[in-house]
Write a protein that binds this ligand. Structure first.
Ligand SMILES: O=P(O)(O)OC[C@H](O)CO
Length: 383
């Protein structure tokens, strides 16, 4: 904590960064919109809530009690006041620092505070652990939002992140994700949500959901499979990049067969330990031909990837143990050249605010840094 405070003082991560206007693509009968700036995204989410006629499903990992947090609370309460059924889920642990009074919402809103200690922790620790790390909004089954953005003023302008809005039948993917979670974790006082099947199957746009209580972690497989298919290029943007053995091997195998593998991470994120753990893999990646780019002077928090200009993922899962085998997560997997092209443009834009870490520069880093990497490495299995 002290190290993080000191680093925040020395590197405030508040420099401006390039952003792109929201960009649309059509996938089947669904329109996807990629957001890269918090103000744009929050405006679209608040608009969607303001236009709700029947129901709103809102789920967030972090919900700050600040200006942006209040705007969401007000919008949800206004929707409930005009007769919209509003369902809210937020993670108790992630919001321990937010005053409880902030979460005393209008009593017409159905609220699930996802508990940080759950039954069965001793008998089946894996099933009973994990945070609700998802960031989801579904309105009237017509609009859905998912991606890396938590809710807070800091994220509106000072963090580069990526979210997607869906409009059309594929919203079912997000609705279904919310409903399954709600019905699994609701307390007896909370209503059951109707669990409707999918009326239209859209194989090229689907949600992968990690669910520790079911011992199901498909997002890791989604990544492994996509990287394994790559023949041309892989572009990954991650806030906290601590790949496990298999993801590392998949990236190195791809690079070894001539694929242009690029990973973009913050030069300094908001979590000093995560950075030091990530750095423990840089040498192996660089020696294996993977190119690493460091985002400068601001936090990049996106969890996105594209492969060969055909496949994309946007979601809530970081490439680290906590996300891939620990938390509740949801990522969209989209097989569409238009969406991939949009995300590749975003990647190119982000590279204009990043510097490449060369192998020579990495190997010449101070000895103290090498010692630091060694010292934190035992923490890797936990993060
Ligand atoms: O857990 P994430 O990826 O939503 O990131 C949250 C921030 O690290 C909060 O400090």
């Amino acid at each position: 904590m002290a190290a993080e405070r000191l680093r925040r003082h020395r590197h405030p991560l508040d420099a401006p960064f390039p952003t792109a206007a929201p960009a649309d693509n059509t996938v089947g009968a669904t329109t996807t919109t990629v957001y890269t700036f918090g103000d744009d995204l929050y405006a679209a989410m608040l608009d969607a809530i303001a236009g709700a006629r029947d129901h709103v499903f809102f789920e967030t990992y972090i919900w700050k009690g600040d200006d942006v947090g209040h705007r969401f609370r007000d919008a949800l309460e206004a929707a409930a006041a005009r007769g919209v059924e509003v369902y809210v889920v937020y993670d108790a642990f992630a919001n321990l620092v937010v005053p409880r009074s902030f979460f005393r919402l209008d009593t017409r809103i159905h609220v699930l505070r996802f508990p940080w200690v759950r039954a069965g922790a001793l008998v089946s620790p894996l099933r009973a652990s994990g945070r609700d790390h998802r960031k989801l909004l579904v309105v009237d089954d017509e609009l859905g939002f998912v991606g890396g953005y938590n809710i807070g003023s800091l994220y509106a302008r000072h963090w580069r992140d990526t979210h997607v809005r869906l409009a059309g039948p594929a919203v079912w993917e997000l609705r279904n994700g919310f409903v399954d979670f709600w019905n699994r974790w609701r307390t007896p006082a909370l209503p059951v949500l109707p669990d409707v099947g999918s009326t239209s199957w859209l194989p090229q746009l689907r949600a992968a959901r990690n669910s520790p209580s079911d011992l199901v972690f498909p997002i890791r497989n989604v990544y492994l499979d996509a990287i394994d298919r790559a023949t041309s290029h892989v572009q990954i943007t991650q806030a906290y990049f601590i790949p496990d053995r298999e993801i590392l091997a998949a990236l190195l195998d791809a690079a070894a067969r001539g694929v242009d593998v690029r990973v973009l991470v913050p030069e300094r994120s908001n979590h000093v330990v995560a950075d030091w753990l990530a750095r423990g893999h840089y040498g192996t990646l660089l020696r294996g031909g993977v190119r690493i780019f460091l985002y400068a002077d601001a936090m990049i928090h996106a969890k996105t990837a594209t492969v060969d200009g055909r496949w994309s993922t946007v979601g809530t899962a970081n490439i680290d143990r906590l996300s891939l085998t620990g938390n509740y997560e949801i990522n969209l997997e989209i097989v569409d050249a238009g969406v991939a092209a949009t995300l590749e443009e975003v990647f190119a834009m982000d590279l204009t605010n990043a510097r490449e870490l060369t192998r020579a520069a990495w190997e010449a880093r101070p000895t103290l840094h090498k010692v630091g990497e060694r010292l934190v490495s035992p923490l890797a299995p936990f993060l």
